[in-house]
Design a protein around this ligand. Structure first.
Ligand SMILES: Nc1nc2c(c(=O)[nH]1)N=C([C@H](O)[C@H](O)COP(=O)(O)OP(=O)(O)OP(=O)(O)O)CN2
Length: 193
């Protein structure tokens, strides 16, 4: 069975080198819709695959980190990156260009790591991240499956190369969340949310 949780955020970017002129030459924003799809053959003690409420802790924190921020590609010009950081407290630097394809890969890697490191305490079994869908507009989306997220052909993405600004981290309940994720520390789900 597959279950799906939808999150939303507002984010701005420029996507260098694409064919769409407005997209490559003007900073613009999107109201992103992010779908997290999980699968399991089993149900937990509440006869759910994975309680939606549990997704509103670390998973939502990471997705919401992009809200009202600008996403920057670390290969963009130093001048552009410095200027954007000067005018926006909330920025994320990625090792990849912020197309919706790469957004979906980045978010897959983060959510997959959270799931891998989180111990469920309500009988959750064999829950796997099926895919991430990133809707950039009402008419265009990318869906990332496991093989895409870890694809050498598309380029390996290293979590160590993702940088959240201090203003973003200041909003996190656990300021050390991403460091813990990168170090592989275990999380335990609460019994109530
Ligand atoms: N495969 C991709 N194509 C495009 C991406 C992308 O991430 N992946 N991104 C863009 C731009 O960001 C652009 O803002 C969105 O393009 P488009 O779908 O053309 O947006 P519109 O709102 O103009 O779409 P309509 O269907 O005409 O309303 C470009 N391409």
């Amino acid at each position: 069975m597959i279950i799906r949780k939808l999150f939303k955020f507002e984010n701005t970017h420029i996507v260098r080198d694409c064919s769409t002129i407005r997209c490559r030459s003007s900073i613009h924003g999107h109201s992103y819709k992010i779908e997290l799809l999980f699968e399991s053959d089993f149900l937990d003690n509440a006869q759910m695959v994975y309680d939606f409420g549990l997704m509103k802790d670390n998973m939502k924190t990471l997705v919401d980190s992009f809200d009202h921020g600008i996403t920057l590609w670390n290969q963009d010009s130093d001048e552009y990156i410095a200027d954007m950081k000067k005018h926006s407290d909330r920025w994320v630097v990625l090792p990849v260009s912020p197309s919706c394809e790469q957004f979906s890969r980045v978010i897959f890697l983060m959510i997959d790591r959270v799931l891998e490191l989180t111990r469920g305490i309500n009988g959750e079994r064999d829950v796997k991240l099926h895919s991430i869908i990133v809707h950039e507009t009402d008419t265009g989306y990318a869906q990332c499956f496991r093989e895409d997220a870890y694809s050498q052909k598309m380029g390996i993405i290293d979590l160590n190369d993702i940088i959240f600004s201090d203003a973003i981290k200041a909003d996190w309940k656990d300021k050390d969340l991403f460091e813990k994720l990168k170090r592989g520390e275990q999380f335990v789900n609460p019994d109530s949310v």
